[in-house]
Design a protein around this ligand. Structure first.
Ligand SMILES: *[C@@H]1O[C@H](CO)[C@@H](O)[C@H](O)[C@H]1NC(C)=O
Ligand SMILES: *[C@@H]1O[C@H](CO)[C@@H](O)[C@H](O)[C@H]1NC(C)=O
Ligand SMILES: *[C@@H]1O[C@H](CO)[C@@H](O)[C@H](O)[C@H]1NC(C)=O
Ligand SMILES: *[C@@H]1O[C@H](CO)[C@@H](O)[C@H](O)[C@H]1NC(C)=O
Ligand SMILES: *[C@@H]1O[C@H](CO)[C@@H](O)[C@H](O)[C@H]1NC(C)=O
Length: 274
């Protein structure tokens, strides 16, 4: 009797303490889950929101459908095992009208070329079309067993060959080059050792898709600075000429970066500024 009365409050308090810690643990787990869930949601939301907002700047597209076609390429997948072809459904819905004679390709000259095409309507780069505009400058990937989109801790460009972002740019670059028509222009960098690098997207994907007579000419603008490292006689540009489809007219011109900035001025004519 005595022992029972003695034991029972202690038992009760032990039980209460136990219940309290279980409740605390549960609360902790719930809070962690909510915070984690919110963070993950935010990741998907941020990329999706940016994507949809950028898409809406273009008229006549079903942006939700394009997002769905894009997302299916990588969601739930190992971010190092996303094939170039996984983006085919995205290409199919994000169709664009090529601008013959005004298509501008570039390699290692991104800032200069975009500064120019933003100010003047003369040329159109991939990043000026829906295909390239939606994800320019962004990083994203999925994860096996997850339906989320991540924007951090994604493999970098050279971490693995078939990564989410690189496969995307390979696919959209191919689509852009497949649509190239008439006279096309390419801005290459004359301050680097190899202006036409075989591993670049321009060399490995785009040039290979320039078919004559769809493409009639390729005009290379080699952007130089005060002390050019390479010029139009560079061996890699000889390789470029050799790789071009027979019938395509080739030209190369060295143009200083300062002159290109001058050509951005609205008083300058679109053609023949360089
Ligand atoms: C990559 O994904 C494909 C399925 O799409 C699968 O067959 C293959 O085993 C995966 N490769 C690796 C290295 O995980
Ligand atoms: C990348 O994917 C291609 C097929 O799309 C495959 O042939 C190649 O082996 C893959 N590369 C790596 C490193 O997994
Ligand atoms: C060419 O590459 C150099 C070195 O990476 C860089 O400093 C320069 O801005 C590039 N030129 C253009 C036109 O982007
Ligand atoms: C395209 O290039 C060819 C040869 O380089 C030139 O004769 C022609 O006038 C150009 N056409 C346009 C529309 O610029
Ligand atoms: C072009 O570069 C080569 C090798 O660097 C040099 O020998 C040649 O004089 C340059 N040509 C011109 C026109 O600047």
């Amino acid at each position: 009797m005595e022992s029972v009365e003695y034991r029972s409050p202690e038992k009760r308090s032990r039980r209460r303490c136990c219940i309290l810690s279980v409740v605390a643990l549960l609360l902790f787990v719930i809070i962690v889950a909510v915070v984690l869930g919110l963070t993950l949601r935010q990741n998907t939301d941020t990329l999706q929101q940016t994507f949809i907002a950028r898409c809406k700047e273009f008229e006549g597209y079903d942006c939700e459908k394009i997002w769905g076609a894009f997302e299916q390429a990588y969601v739930g997948r190992d971010p190092c095992n996303v094939s170039v072809e996984a983006y085919d459904p995205f290409i199919a819905v994000a169709h664009f009208k090529p601008a013959c004679n005004r298509m501008m390709f570039w390699s290692k000259a991104k800032d200069v070329v975009h500064d120019f095409t933003e100010k003047r309507d003369c040329f159109v780069t991939l990043e000026d079309t829906l295909l390239g505009y939606l994800l320019d400058g962004l990083t994203w990937c999925g994860k096996e067993g997850s339906s989320e989109t991540f924007t951090t801790d994604c493999p970098g460009w050279t971490d693995c060959q078939n990564n989410t972002v690189r496969s995307f740019w390979t696919r959209v670059s191919a689509a852009f080059a497949d649509a190239a028509c008439g006279n096309v222009t390419a801005m290459l960098n004359g301050t680097i050792a190899i202006p036409f690098h075989p591993a670049s997207i321009f060399a490995s994907i785009e040039v290979k898709r320039f078919d004559y007579p769809r493409v009639r000419s390729l005009d290379v603008i080699l952007v130089t600075q005060e002390n050019p490292v390479s010029n139009c006689t560079h061996a890699s540009l000889k390789d470029l000429q050799r790789e071009l489809d027979k019938g395509i007219t080739y030209s190369c011109k060295e143009v200083t970066e300062a002159h290109i900035h001058e050509c951005s001025s609205p008083e300058k004519p679109c053609g023949g500024c360089w």
